[in-house]
Design a protein around this ligand. Sequence first.
Ligand code: NAD
Ligand code: FES
Length: 304
Amino acid sequence: MYRILKKRQLSDQIWLMDVLAPRTAHSCMPGQFVIVKIDEAGERIPLTICDYDREKETVTIVFQTVGVSTKRMACLNEGDSFQDFVGPLGCPSELTHQTPEQLRQKRILFAAGGVGTAPVYPQVKWLQQQGVKADCIIGARNKSLIILEEEMKAVADNLYIATDDGSCGFKGNVSDQIRELVCNQGKHYDLVVAIGPLIMMKFTALLTKELNIPTIVSMNPIMVDGTGMCGACRLNVGGEIKFACVDGPEFDGHLVNFDEAMKRQTIYKTEEGRAMLRLQEGATHHGGCGFCSDGKEEDTNGRI
Ligand code: NAD
Ligand code: FES
C-alpha cells in the first residue's frame, strides 16, 4: 500500500498528492510516469510525475477530476493509501541524457498548458539543479486555473503567465505567448518543450515549425493502461508507429501526426471503435505486450 502523506487542492478540479513510494522515488526521473490504482476494482490511471523527494521517499502526482476514477481519487485523504503505485514508467526526458555543458549552450523554453504544468515542473527543477537556466510559460484559461506558479517561479529563469481571458499576465494562449516572445520581444530559443492538451501541443508545434525551433511534446494524454497492452497510445511519428507509453511519452513535436492521434483517440473511446482499430491495425495494434500476436508477423520495430 502507498500512503498519501500530503493532499493539496490546486484549483477547482486539480489536486496534488505526495505519496510514500520509496522504490519509485529513488529511481524516477523527470518525464516519467506512474500508474496508480485506488483498490482492486479501481481503474489504472497513468499520471506523469510532478516531483519526487529521494530522502523523504515521496513522489508527487497532480491530477484533474475528469471521470469516476479521478473523482474517487480526489476523495482520498492524507493517511489513506493507493493499492498500486507502479513506476517509474516510460522514458526519462531526453534532456536528462545531456551533460550540463551541452544543456547550458541551449536556450530552452518550456510551454505548459493547464494541467501540463505538472510534468513541466520536474524538468525545469532538474535543469536548475544542473545549473541550467530555462524560461517557462504557464498557460491557463483563466487566473483561477494557474497551478504551481510559486514553485515554477523558484526554478525558472523567466516565468511568463498567459491566460486566454487576460485575467492574469499576457492575454492569449501558449502559442500566442511564444509568438510574442520570439517575434515581438526578440527572444531566441534553441528548443521548446510543450506539454499540455493535444490541441495545444499541435498548434505550438505548428508555430515552432514555422519559427524553426526544434520542439518536444509529451503524448501522455492518449495513454490508457500505460503498459503497451491496450493499443490506445499508438501514434504515427514521422511515418513510424510508436507507442507513447513504451517509446515515449516524449517525441519530436514536428514529427507527431496530431490529427491522426486526436481522431484515433475519439474512435478508441467506444467498444465498437476499439474493435475496428484492432481489425484495421492487426499486429501493430498493441505496443509490446507480446502475448497476443496469434502468430502474426512482427512490425518494423520488432513488436508483435
Ligand atoms: P485547457 O484546455 O484549460 O488548456 C490549457 C491551456 O493550453 C490554455 O489556457 C492555452 O494556453 C493552451 N491551449 C489550449 N488550446 C490551445 C490551442 N489551440 N493553441 C494554443 N494553446 C492552446 O487544459 P486543461 O484542462 O488544464 O488540461 C487538460 C488536458 O491536459 C487534458 O487533455 C490532459 O490530458 C492534458 N495533460 C497533458 C499532459 C501531457 O503530458 N501532455 C499532462 C497532463 C495533462
Ligand atoms: Fe496502452 Fe500505451 S497506453 S498501449
